[in-house]
Design a protein around this ligand. Structure first.
Ligand SMILES: Nc1ncnc2c1ncn2[C@@H]1O[C@H](COP(=O)(O)OP(=O)(O)O)[C@@H](O)[C@H]1O
Ligand SMILES: [Mg+2]
Length: 608
């Protein structure tokens, strides 16, 4: 038989859990048709293969119809006519029909798997490549988790639909149309009786399914909350232990655990109910058809074989019918996912380089900001009329309270964001006229939280300049004062950080990022609070490494530590996006102005 009449409890549960697994997927696409058209474009290159798939599904569905018909004929002609040879022939024909039908189904699915995986590969590729082109503004406003879910959950939802649901949908519809057509061709009265009973069955099983679905949705929500509690407790165990909150963590977990228990019992009870109920309904259908058929048979209006054929058809009808509503939900979910994916693909990339942007070699490193005005959104100005000249090779310290706009200035120099008014020049050239790649090759950033990849220490250093030799990486590590600790690790430079990252101290991670910057050998260096979350033991080492890194380069240093600031050629005090004072440490202290105030409240006691 082409379809199982009664699904097993496991099937039911799996189907609901699959769909309930991602609560976000219950939402519908705002414009499903548009999402569908765009999704189909990814299948476009495989048009001829798709036609082949549809051809095989048609064969599969048609041959599925042959079985019950042949069985009915065997009962009437061969058994009724005591024709053993005919019986044998029909049996072989049935076998051939079922065999071929399923064979075609397998072929269709195999081809479809190739098509869909190819299409998905292209979609994933497009999405990932496009994400790489997006502006810093995009990443600042889209949390990483959401993007990850585009690349994993949404793509996965699309995968399900493209690789499986499309075939199921076509097969279900074809089977249902085929069965209805065959029924009416074979016998009007039995066909009409089926038409009355089928909707009742459908309605009943849908009724139960609705509660099961609701149950599993609830369960999934509770499970999500339970997982969140578990995850928080595991990743935040240090804080929990330090504040002695283990008891309350256990209590929270107990409550969520209880909720999961309750909703799991509810959902599973309904899922259990679904199977016997569908069974009973199926039998009800058989009984109605058999009784009506029997009555018609008594009046010699139908043959026994015909009744058997109908019962078989009826059983094959309900399963695709039930599948349709599942398919509808999955397809909606996939389209919603596709819409979210396309939304990212449609996001405008970072502004491209000007057509006449000049390729630039190595900068001398003279930086000049003139009357710069900038706001992340134009209504709220963050940087006001900001002018600053930094001669090549000098070190400038930017200081000011949190939120003053220090990091924003660095965002403008790297062109992560473009200024609204004024001009930024490097070596006398407006940075908008320099290709971004060239600009950024000349700049290196060392930030407060270093990002290290799940790769070896060696490769993490090499990230600073991909064509660097091993020897150059070692040299950079030596200059960054990192060589010593790296060599003490059991696998040295080949230590994989995916396994050991947790064991590197904040300071050691910082040293690695300094090595990376040394290797990159930029003409302009930006240090944004690079030493603020470092233990004092490594602090001196980092200071030494930083001084070496800053040698001979234009350096813009944002720091909490007085030591870094004091040695700067010039200190620029920023408040509210404006320069309020500028000079060296002694000059500024003498002035007893903003810097003096800041120094008293922030740096005093931080001296090392
Ligand atoms: N990506 C962003 N989008 C919108 N506003 C931002 C963004 N980054 C920073 N801001 C705002 O800009 C102001 C300056 O921030 P920032 O330059 O990070 O300050 P600082 O580094 O001096 O502490 C703050 O008011 C902050 O809220
Ligand atoms: Mg900052």
């Amino acid at each position: 038989m082409a379809y199982e009449t009664t699904p097993s409890v496991q099937d039911v549960r799996a189907s609901f859990q699959r769909r309930a697994g991602r609560p976000a997927k219950f939402e519908k696409a705002a414009d499903p048709r548009k999402a569908m058209v765009r999704l189909l474009k990814y299948l476009g290159p495989f048009k001829s293969l798709l036609i082949l798939v549809v051809g095989f599904i048609v064969l599969y569905s048609l041959l599925g119809l042959a079985g019950p018909y042949l069985m009915g004929r065997a009962i009437d002609k061969s058994i009724g006519g005591k024709d053993l040879h005919g019986l044998l022939v029909t049996a072989l024909l049935m076998l051939a029909a079922y065999f071929l039908s399923n064979f075609f189904n397998i072929i269709a699915n195999l081809i479809m798997a190739r098509i869909s995986q190819n299409a998905l590969k292209n979609l994933r590729g497009d999405l990932f490549a496009h994400i790489q082109t997006l502006s810093m503004r995009f990443f600042d406003t889209h949390p990483a988790g959401g993007l990850m879910s585009r690349l994993t959950n949404d793509i996965d939802a699309i995968n399900q639909t493209v690789s499986q649901n499309i075939i199921s949908l076509i097969a279900s519809i074809l089977t249902m149309i085929g069965i209805l057509a065959s029924m009416f061709i074979l016998n009007h009265w039995l066909a009409l009786a089926s038409l009355v009973v089928i909707p009742i069955m459908y309605w009943f099983s849908n009724f139960i399914a609705k509660y099961t679905r609701k149950g599993f949705r609830e369960l999934q929500k509770d499970l999500g909350e339970l997982n969140a509690v578990a995850e928080e407790t595991v990743s935040g165990f240090k804080v929990i232990k330090a504040f002695r909150r283990n008891e309350s963590a256990i209590e929270t977990f107990r409550q969520k655990n209880n909720a999961v228990f309750k909703s799991a019992v509810y959902a599973n009870s309904y899922a259990m109910l679904l199977m016997p109920l569908t069974g009973v309904l199926g039998s009800f259908f058989v009984i109605v058809l058999a009784s009506l058929g029997g009555w018609l048979a008594l009046k010699e209006l139908v043959s026994i074989g015909m009744i058997a054929t109908f019962i078989n058809y009826a059983q094959n009808f309900t399963s695709p019918l039930r599948q349709l509503s599942n398919l509808y939900n999955s397809i909606q979910a996939a389209l919603a996912g596709a819409e979210r994916v396309f939304e990212i693909i449609d996001t405008k990339p970072e502004t491209p380089d000007l057509p006449d942007a000049v390729p630039a070699g190595r900068f001398k490193g003279e930086v000049s900001l003139r009357n710069v005005v900038f706001g992340y959104n134009p209504e709220r100005v963050i940087i006001r009329n900001f002018s600053l000249e930094i001669p090549a090779g000098q070190t400038i310290a930017l200081v000011g309270p949190t939120g003053a706009g220090k990091t924003t200035i660095t965002n403008l120099l790297t062109r992560f964001y473009d200024i609204q008014e004024g001009q930024i020049r490097i070596d006398g050239i407006d940075i908008r006229a320099i290709r971004k790649a060239d600009l950024r090759r000349n700049l290196a950033l060392v930030l407060q939280d270093t990002f290290l990849f799940a790769d070896t220490i060696l490769e993490n250093i090499r990230f600073g300049r991909l064509d660097a030799t091993d020897e150059e990486c070692f040299e950079a590590a030596r200059m960054a004062e990192a060589d010593h600790f790296i060599r003490q690790l059991p696998r040295g430079y080949h230590t994989n950080l995916s396994e050991r990252a947790g064991n590197l101290s904040q300071g050691q991670r910082q040293l690695l990022s300094i090595a990376r910057a040394i290797l990159a050998n930029p003409s302009i260096l930006i240090l944004d609070e690079a030493t603020s979350s470092v233990d004092t033991r490594t602090e001196l080492r980092i200071q030494k490494a930083l001084l070496r890194l800053m040698e001979g380069r234009t350096s813009i240093v944002i720091a909490h530590r007085l030591s870094t600031i004091r040695d700067a050629d010039s200190i620029v005090v920023i408040n509210n996006g404006e320069i309020v004072e500028q000079g060296n440490h002694e000059e500024l202290l003498e002035r007893r102005g903003f810097y003096h105030h800041l120094y008293m409240s922030q740096f005093k006691g931080n001296e090392i």
